[in-house]
Design a protein around this ligand. Structure first.
Ligand code: SF4
Length: 480
């Protein structure tokens, strides 16, 4: 099959949502292909749905068609069984065209375990669900088993959560440097002058007002993320955490994503401990110095070891470490080296990501194309899985992203009892999350309608400072 650089996807009955998801499916097979939306423009591959079948035409002698069939039983659980049937027939056609199969079959969404929850709530046993995921959604057996295993574990872990509970998030959108793959809102804090102080004041005002607004609700977990929360000075960290305690009281689970090791100091760790923070992250991404330089982290492996030792000395017994498989220039031997070093540290949880090259990242702008093939990524993920198992961890949440190397997934592992339930809530969307700070997205869950509405804050810090009253009003309208 010649290189397909662009494709057009058209057809009757393809509304915006169906068109979008079908394009995402094509992208899994042809990650570098541009989506053409003007049907008079030239495209290397034309995919057309005529109401009964998909037609593929490369204009270079390749033409094929694939009929739609009956909507599968599992697909019927979703909101749009016809869309899933369109995806199934298009998948078969693309698999023939490229000779490839995708680990997650036709599942293109970010939260695959949500489907497993839905199926189990509808009475599917684990065995029947695994079988249906393989037969009807074309998942690899190992992915179907993993997804079902995680969904079962999530349901046990959230057994005592009430749908009316609320989780709290506070975002600190500052970092020491911008990582090459980053797509988050993050500002280089060295260049901000007094903006950071003004940000902290406004964040504290938002926290206080939200506490007043939400009086009477039960707050389960608190997560401070970013950015890098430990870019805050010890004093600013102390003020923010005091405001959270006053506004929302004691919560059973508290996490601060310390993140970048070059921002972690004993003094900041003491502040976190004093405020009863139970879980922190020290995120290496890799334990190879050459890669750290390549991805613009500007800290060393030595810094990671130092930060981890400081955290243990400060008494933290629940430390997460984030890793990324498929970083530029890395092979499975590099991943094996990283994992060996992590095994010696023995954190309580590991979050293993597969590199996702996002549109707003620097590596994407620089035209980075991964040279790591799917089999190499698969090997890296297998090694990570074995390392987590050797550390006594179990996989407990997972998600997928767009443009992931090899179309794999991100998995959170933890030693039993050390899981971060906030991470599950974010994925399963069965509880409200009240999120404060620039770029933070609140989610209002209405259990009686099983409906979730996003309430985003503006991303730009200066805009956030200027429009804080508007952000609060948005929350008031939705949550109160
Ligand atoms: S530490 Fe995280 S948020 Fe900050 S630049 Fe790197 S990836 Fe982005």
């Amino acid at each position: 099959m010649e290189m397909v650089k662009s494709f057009l996807l058209t057809g009757r009955e393809l509304d915006e949502s169906r068109h979008y998801e079908l394009c995402m499916l094509v992208r899994e097979f042809l990650p570098l292909a541009e989506i053409i939306t003007d049907d008079t423009a030239p495209a290397d591959l034309r995919l057309c749905w005529d109401g009964e079948a998909w037609h593929a035409d490369t204009g270079n002698g390749y033409a094929d068609r694939e009929m739609s069939g009956e909507a599968s039983a599992l697909a019927a659980l979703g909101g749009d069984p016809f869309k899933n049937e369109l995806k199934r027939s298009l998948y078969r056609l693309l698999a023939r065209l490229t000779g490839m199969h995708m680990p997650w079959g036709i599942l293109t969404g970010v939260r695959p375990t949500k489907l497993a929850w839905q199926a189990m709530t509808a009475g599917y046993t684990a065995e029947r669900l695994i079988d249906a995921l393989v037969q009807e959604f074309y998942l690899e057996g190992s992915k179907a088993r993993r997804m079902t295993e995680i969904a079962c574990r999530e349901q046990q872990l959230l057994a005592d959560h009430l749908p009316t509970d609320v989780s709290i998030y506070a975002g600190i959108p500052f970092c020491p440097t911008r990582c090459a793959y980053c797509s988050f809102v993050s500002y280089d804090y060295h260049r901000l002058g007094d903006l950071m102080d003004r940000y902290v004041d406004t964040l504290i005002a938002e926290i206080r007002e939200c506490g007043r607004m939400m009086q009477g609700r039960r707050f389960k977990s608190f997560y401070m993320g970013g950015g890098t929360p430990t870019t805050l000075s010890p004093d600013a960290m102390d003020r923010v955490l005091s405001a959270v305690e006053e506004a929302f009281g004691e919560m059973s689970e508290t996490t601060v994503e310390a993140g970048r090791p070059d921002t972690i100091t004993s003094e900041k760790l003491r502040v976190l401990k004093r405020h009863g923070i139970g879980r922190i992250s020290v995120n290496p991404q890799t334990m190879n110095d050459a890669t750290l330089v390549r991805i613009g982290r500007r800290h060393s492996v030595e810094d990671i070891l130092r930060a981890f030792a400081l955290a243990r000395d400060a008494g933290f017994d629940n430390i997460n470490m984030d890793l990324i498989m498929g970083l530029p220039g890395e092979t499975s031997a590099d991943a094996a080296h990283t994992l060996e070093r992590i095994m010696v540290l023995a954190p309580e949880s590991l979050t293993v990501h597969t590199l996702a090259v996002k549109r707003s990242s620097r590596i994407r702008e620089q035209g980075f194309v991964s040279e790591t093939g799917p089999e190499e990524i698969r090997q890296m993920l297998r090694l990570a899985d074995e390392a987590a198992d050797a550390l006594g961890m179990k996989p407990y949440y997972m998600y997928r992203q767009k443009n992931m190397a090899g179309n794999f997934e991100n998995t959170g592992y933890a030693v039993p009892g050390k899981e971060c339930l906030y991470n599950i809530e974010i994925m399963e969307e069965k509880q409200s999350i009240l999120a404060m700070g620039a770029g933070a997205v609140s989610k209002c869950y209405e259990p009686e309608k099983d409906r979730l509405t996003r309430v985003p804050n503006v991303k730009n810090v200066e805009e956030y400072l200027r429009r804080i009253d508007e952000m609060l009003e948005r929350k008031r309208r939705r949550f109160v």
